[in-house]
Design a binder for this molecule. Structure first.
Ligand code: GDP
Ligand code: MG
Length: 595
């Protein structure tokens, strides 16, 4: 296929608006995958993704399509993750395209992630084709959604494409629009090689498989490549295209997207956003916009059974081969024993890693509440604190990360959402009416308040209709203090948190009340206290267990007795003892849901 017949594009959408379903339809329509070996939502490979309905890992697929003008085109569909945690990866994968399909649900309209993704597309100068999907739904209002996209997003919708991805309506129109409206890549084959890495994953046989777009020049097996930002060099074993299975080719030219294998050991060696060039006659200047992604959210992971420490280390090592954004280092706590302090891009990323450790590696973990990375000054030097219990006692100042939060909501819920944002220390910045019925709220908010249950609260206060996006903006000093928890007179390090001074009493009170509910009664009375330094600000106690639980099972009801015993055993699995007190997993998360 000639460069003028190549089209590189992606699909952007708010979650659940139909991106994956549309992608599947495009693959079927172009017979890239036969429907008989078609597995619903081909591009969403991982089980976890499918269950959660999110696209985490980027992917790509080349389709061959003969358009109504009679010519054969190669259409490269580059998948993008839809979630804020992965926004840097969204921007890299969009940088590999000339255009994108903007999918908007005909019954829902524009949402926070629709907008966030559009802004990234505009920054990358992409041709944006609006696609109004789910026109089959009884609640679909195509005209209203078109107006909304025009007003809010500012793009012309007079030739928006109407689809029902579910029923296969309008799919041909989408393919024609990709061919006619998205420009071909510029022909830069004569220049020295530069290729943009927009994704990579670890393969046990071939090493890291790197997905890239050739911007200038050409690349073939046997070439010695150099990654400009990491300065690493490799000999290329294989290059190819994804269709969507890997198909090796002789070479890839400027404008094409594809993959390579070069015995690279970990994805951290071939980072998203890095530039590939040749060792000989290469380029010095990397492509624009490379950024090291830094973890923003931290938590402790401890095996419930100390014998699993080695397994946990190995599992984290394996996950990191495939996840350059995951960080971990050993942590020892007198209460918890040996474990790891891990860093993640955001909450979703954290949940995914935790779930994989438990599901794929069969580890039983106690997970401590997520925290952000604080900065403080001690004797004139900056100290970074990613674990509240390690906050130095004598710090001169304490700073926390802030984000700009955009919330899009039906206007009816503006009141409750403003209340929520205020309660979470948000500084009101702006409010605009998107349409007669929808409003955007903008706040500056401490990231620490977002990583608790902000998302769930926002959803519940808006009956599920509001959506949000946030972007880290920087650090700000605040009146923050460390809130310690003592269980049976022992400091429970993993339960420590850093909170605003003005809220400390309220949080301390709520926390001890919650812990009283969550920690099971034991043979002795257990005092629970919240303290700032030496000063106790709230206390509760759990009274001693008087009767044997089995006493409840009168007479010889053996099966009931057995059930109760096995229930207790299962409950025990997720406990960790702090001193002599057994503390269940939920208690470690208590600080997140104090309301
Ligand atoms: P994604 O999160 O954007 O990838 O969305 P999905 O493709 O996973 O779709 C989300 C849900 O909407 C799924 O249950 C789909 O079956 C459904 N869906 C997608 N397209 C349509 C459509 O055109 N009509 C209807 N009625 N449902 C659709
Ligand atoms: Mg999807």
């Amino acid at each position: 296929v000639l460069p003028k017949n190549i089209r590189n594009f992606s699909i952007i959408a708010h979650i659940d608006h139909g991106k994956s379903t549309l992608a599947d339809q495009l693959l079927m329509k172009t017979k890239t995958v036969e429907s008989r070996d078609f597995q619903a939502q081909f591009l969403d490979g991982m089980d976890l993704e499918r269950e959660r309905g999110i696209t985490i890992k980027l992917n790509q697929a080349r389709m061959r399509y003969t358009a109504s003008d009679g010519e054969l085109y190669a259409l490269n569909l580059i998948d993008t993750p839809g979630h804020v945690d992965f926004s840097y990866e969204v921007s890299r994968s969009l940088a590999a395209c000339e255009g994108c399909l903007l999918v908007v649900d005909a019954a829902q309209g524009v949402e926070a992630q629709t907008l966030a993704n559009v802004y990234i597309a505009l920054e990358n100068d992409l041709e944006i084709i609006p696609v109004i999907n789910k026109i089959d739904l009884p609640g679909a209002d195509v005209e209203k959604v078109k107006r909304e996209v025009e007003e809010v997003v500012g793009i012309d919708c007079s030739n928006a494409i109407l689809t029902s991805a579910k029923q296969g309506i309008g799919i041909e129109d989408v393919l024609e629009a990709v061919v006619k409206r998205i420009p071909p890549p510029p022909d830069n084959t004569h220049k020295p090689l530069r290729a943009l890495i927009f994704d990579s994953y670890y393969d046990a046989y071939k090493g890291v498989i790197v997905y890239f777009r050739v911007v200038d020049g050409e690349l073939k097996p046997g070439d010695t490549i150099r990654l400009i930002n990491t300065a690493k060099e490799y000999v290329v074993d294989e290059v190819g295209v994804l269709s969507p299975k890997q198909i090796p080719v002789d070479r890839l030219y400027a404008g094409e997207v594809g993959y390579l294998a070069a015995a690279i050991k970990a994805v951290a060696d071939a980072k998203v956003g890095d530039t590939i060039t040749l060792k000989k006659h290469g380029c010095r200047e990397p492509l624009a916009g490379y950024r090291e992604v830094v973890p923003m959210v931290f938590c402790g992971l401890f095996p419930t059974d100390a014998d699993q420490f080695g397994d946990l280390r190995e599992a984290l090592g394996r996950l990191q081969l495939n996840d350059a954004a995951l960080s971990y280092e050993p942590e020892v706590s007198s209460a918890m024993g040996f474990g790891f302090r891990c860093g993640f891009l955001g909450l979703l990323h954290m949940e995914i890693v935790q779930e994989r450790l438990e599901r794929e590696y069969h580890l039983d973990l106690i997970i401590t509440a997520p925290t952000v990375k604080y900065k403080c000054t001690v004797k004139g030097e900056e100290v970074i604190v990613d674990n509240p219990s390690k906050l130095p006692d004598h710090h001169e100042d304490l700073r926390e990360p802030y984000c700009k939060m955009d919330i899009i909501t039906p206007t009816d819920y503006v009141g409750p959402l403003m209340e929520l944002a205020q309660a979470r220390r948000g500084d009101f910045k702006d409010m605009t009416y998107l349409t007669e019925t929808r409003t955007t709220l903008v706040y500056d908010m401490p990231l620490a308040e977002v990583v608790t249950d902000f998302f769930d609260e926002m959803k519940s206060r808006s009956k599920g209709y509001a959506s949000m996006e946030y972007q880290i903006t920087g650090y700000r000093p605040n009146k923050l203090v460390r809130l310690d928890v003592k269980i049976n007179q022992e400091v429970a390090e993993p339960l420590a948190s850093i909170v605003h001074k003005d809220n400390a009493y309220k949080i301390g009170r709520a926390l001890v009340t919650k812990l009283k509910e969550l920690i099971p009664r034991q043979q002795f009375r257990i005092p629970i206290q919240a303290a700032i330094g030496a000063k106790v600000i709230a206390s509760e106690s759990i009274s001693a267990l008087r009767k044997d639980v089995l006493a409840k099972c009168y007479g010889g009801d053996v099966s009931r007795k057995k059930k109760l015993l096995s229930k207790q055993a299962a409950g025990k699995k997720r406990m960790k003892s702090i001193g002599t007190v057994n503390v269940p997993q939920e208690a470690f998360m208590a600080v997140l849901s104090l309301g």
